[in-house]
Design a protein around this ligand. Structure first.
Ligand SMILES: Cc1cc2nc3c(=O)[nH]c(=O)nc-3n(C[C@H](O)[C@H](O)[C@H](O)COP(=O)(O)OP(=O)(O)OC[C@H]3O[C@@H](n4cnc5c(N)ncnc54)[C@H](O)[C@@H]3O)c2cc1C
Length: 362
């Protein structure tokens, strides 16, 4: 096949992992990223066995492991600290491959970037629109420049400009809860257990990272884009979670305001189509999910592997894109829908109702 130009919009986990997977199949793709640096907002990320298996197949799982921390178990607790369920990650890892692995997003991005030729990653390139021109796709960028490409892989996240143009009705939906995240020093706290606590005043997750760092998140029910929530500081969160079990109040006491990252939790209701002739959607641009199953990035990583696999089978990439969609749509729909339901359950303010629902779920 002649020099076919493949371009990727978005240098997130989906875009970068796809560029690497394609590179390994001998397909070179340029990545166009909106930010001035391919550097994500700092927070933690849990990668499950499905994502780790992809990195193993791509040949650098050990390098990923060296940048993060493996947890031996994960506990779901009530607000008094009583165990609701506890999973044995070592047993799961033995059966399905390395599970419950925690990494700083920044570390993962750095590693992914190091696998690519820097000349193939372009920053300050925010895609604003596309147009189909004969056998090419033309992409316009905010800086006034444009590219013409044979095939376009769209991995520009939940607010994808290209997806909105393809499917104007695919707007994000608000989950009903808002979320704070932080990565902080763990050298004094020395927390070693990953857990999530469900209580009447919200949910609190704890995940120790490598290099004596700790990642935590807190979700509270609230109206969308609530100014009061946006103005919350660590002391306000401490007040909200003061009756929760140790070490939650202690963690908040050690957190600084500037470490807080705040966003409303949103997803995209399944869109039913990822392949659009010469264009394909991947990652959050295709199937953004709420974080309740910790599967958003994991699914983006699976996408990368499956897409490269399909593109290596045929030089008619529109056909590969359709085959990719066929392999991915049912699974990602399931994740989005299950995670949405799980979030509703986790944010129930009535503990009794929550236990009943959990019993039903088995
Ligand atoms: C609170 C929270 C916790 C989470 N925890 C987990 C977890 O533990 N495990 C897990 O697997 N997943 C988790 N996720 C989900 C995960 O963050 C996402 O699924 C994942 O980041 C998706 O990767 P992506 O590359 O598709 O999109 P993104 O990470 O959004 O990357 C998109 C990239 O495209 C760029 N971009 C945006 N617009 C444009 C444009 N117009 N032109 C060019 N570039 C553009 C962005 O700058 C960005 O670099 C969590 C999500 C949230 C909100």
């Amino acid at each position: 096949m002649g020099k076919v130009k493949v371009s990727i919009i978005g240098g997130g986990i989906a875009g970068l992992t796809t560029a690497i997977a394609l590179q390994q199949k001998g397909i070179q793709a340029n990545v166009y990223e909106a930010a001035s640096e391919v550097r994500p907002v700092g927070a933690g990320l849990a990668l499950s066995s499905n994502a780790m298996r992809v990195y193993k197949l791509l040949g650098f799982m050990d390098e990923v492991i060296s940048q993060g921390r493996l947890m031996s178990s994960f506990a779901l607790l009530d607000q008094k600290g009583k165990i609701i369920t506890k999973s044995d990650s070592e047993a799961i890892s033995k059966k399905y491959g390395l599970d419950n692995f925690l990494i700083h997003r920044y570390a993962l991005h750095e590693l992914l970037l190091s696998k690519l030729d820097p000349d193939t990653v372009f920053t300050n390139k925010k895609a604003t629109a596309f147009s189909n021109q004969k056998d090419q796709v033309l992409v316009d960028f905010e800086d006034g420049s444009s590219i013409s490409t044979d095939y376009l892989i769209v991995g520009d996240g939940i607010h994808s400009a290209i997806r909105k143009q393809l499917l104007p009705q695919s707007t994000p939906r608000y989950s009903g809860y808002t979320c704070w995240r932080a990565v902080m020093d763990n050298s004094k706290l020395k927390i070693t257990q990953a857990s999530e606590t469900w209580g009447q005043k919200g949910r609190f997750g704890i995940a120790p990272l490598a290099n004596d760092e700790l990642y935590w998140f807190a979700c509270i029910n609230a109206p969308q884009n609530d100014r009061k929530m946006g103005a919350m500081k660590v002391l306000d969160l401490l007040d909200n979670f003061k009756d929760y079990h140790d070490p939650i109040p202690r963690i908040l006491e050690h957190t600084e305001d500037h470490q807080l990252i705040w966003n409303d939790i949103i997803d995209i209701s399944p869109i039913g189509q990822f392949a659009f002739d010469r264009i394909v959607l991947i990652g959050d641009a295709a199937h953004a999910t709420t974080p309740n199953l910790g599967q958003g990035a994991c699914q983006a990583i699976e996408d990368a592997y499956v897409l490269a696999d399909e593109m290596s089978k045929s030089d008619k990439y529109s056909k590969s894109f359709r085959a990719f969609e066929k392999r991915r749509i049912k699974r990602t729909d399931f994740i989005v829908n299950t995670s949405w339901k799980m979030g509703k359950l986790a944010q129930l303010e009535n503990a009794m109702q929550c236990y009943v629902e959990l019993e039903i779920l088995g």
